[in-house]
Design a protein around this ligand. Sequence first.
Ligand code: GLU
Length: 500
Amino acid sequence: MTVRTRIAPSPTGDPHVGTAYVALVNYCFAKKHGGQFLLRIEDTDRARSTSESERAILDSLHWLGLSWDEGPDVGGPHGPYRQSERGAIYREHIQMLLDAGHAFKCFCTPERLEEMRVAQRAAAQPPRYDGLCLTYDREEIARREAAGEPYVVRMRVPGEGVCVVEDLRRGAIEFEWKTVDMQVLMKSDGMPTYHLANVVDDHLMEITHVIRGEEWVSSAPKHILLYRYFGWEMPKLMHLPLLRNPDKSKLSKRKNPTSILFYQRMGYLPEALLNFLGLLTVNSADGNEIMDLHELIGRFEFEHISLGGPVFDVPKLNWLNGRYIREMLDVPSFIKRVEAWAGDEAKLANILTLAQARIERLSDLGSLIAFFFQGRVSVRADELRDGKLDDENLRKAFQLSLWEIDGLRDWNVSSVEGALKRVADALGKKFRDVARPFYLAVTGSPTSVPLYDAMAIIGRDIVRERLRVALDTLGGASNKEQNAWKSLIAGAGERAEALS
Ligand code: GLU
């Protein structure tokens, strides 16, 4: 048997360091066993998936030095590798489940489902579809369909008994079937859900080992059942611990940047970041901590992955990156790296276009444009407070701006302008009256080149981090405040949730 593993990212945001970590584990495991590693794009959520995000995920994994034997960009015999292009395959498999009675059409309206959930909550029962549509006979179903009632397709789930999930690292994990929901497999618009598409694709793509984040453990019973319904052999499962902050909380944007683009723009070397992530998967007790991909593959063992949660320890990453810069690059290679990082001509041209109108001597450029090349900029609380906004409004302005920029689909001058204007509106002010703290947070100075243009050039990740640091400098926003402020920005609630 050839080992085949995969990474299956959803292109709904920035490329996450957690995705790189899971990809690296899958890669090392496959290569250690002479197998293949695939990349599949799970873009069934059409509203949230973007081609920019897909591009950024592929580019950043390549940047880190990872490659795949099959995928949307390189092709392969099991394609297409983008779920949005596999609709007919999923429809065919849904029909197989319906024909065999393993799945059923559910006509329940969102209102009825909500009433059901409220009643279940009141009775302290686990949230689970109550099976009403399972009681309909053939005529009733045909009548509803003929009347054009929208429906979803759900999978049948046993009402009793226990499902045992065998995890390669965690052993047997038991779930009572009565706590497993009758999962929707196909939405009313005919799109499959993650569960169906993921299982069908893993099977058709001949994946032998599904290695993914632990947040998917609770989905495993549904997947096991689907494999059983289809009569397919189950791949081996392994759920990886999530990356954590040093305080052991889940790595989240609230405390640490999580986008690979941030680390790229900060000037980390890809081989150092890869080495750092790799150290979370190998035993380096012999004191050797500098390892390339080849060595990581050689040393890889599941047993080395700490289930307590690997810590994304930024000081350690800094130390490792420094060693790579000082010890692993000769001067010509170092110069090449700096040129590649800072010497993007189009970017430089954009920066100089903004700066020209604001200098008297060319030597003024240094201090004026340094912030474009920095990571964080230093800003003091008293400078931030020394303006028209009181403390609460200042913190509110930064918190709302974080939610706003997280919600932007595109990152450019006009989208950034729109975001900051909406923040000013939410505060009941004109943007020019609240601009000062934003200038300070983003550029390090109360006056500089035009802010929206500067933000567009610096990039979302670094801007986000600077705004987050400014908010932290002022003491942050408590959970209570965040809850109270969420309603001021459309969609902020879900984003706050996704971040927590
Ligand atoms: N699309 C899922 C994700 O974004 C894949 C999970 C899995 O590997 O099964 O994480």
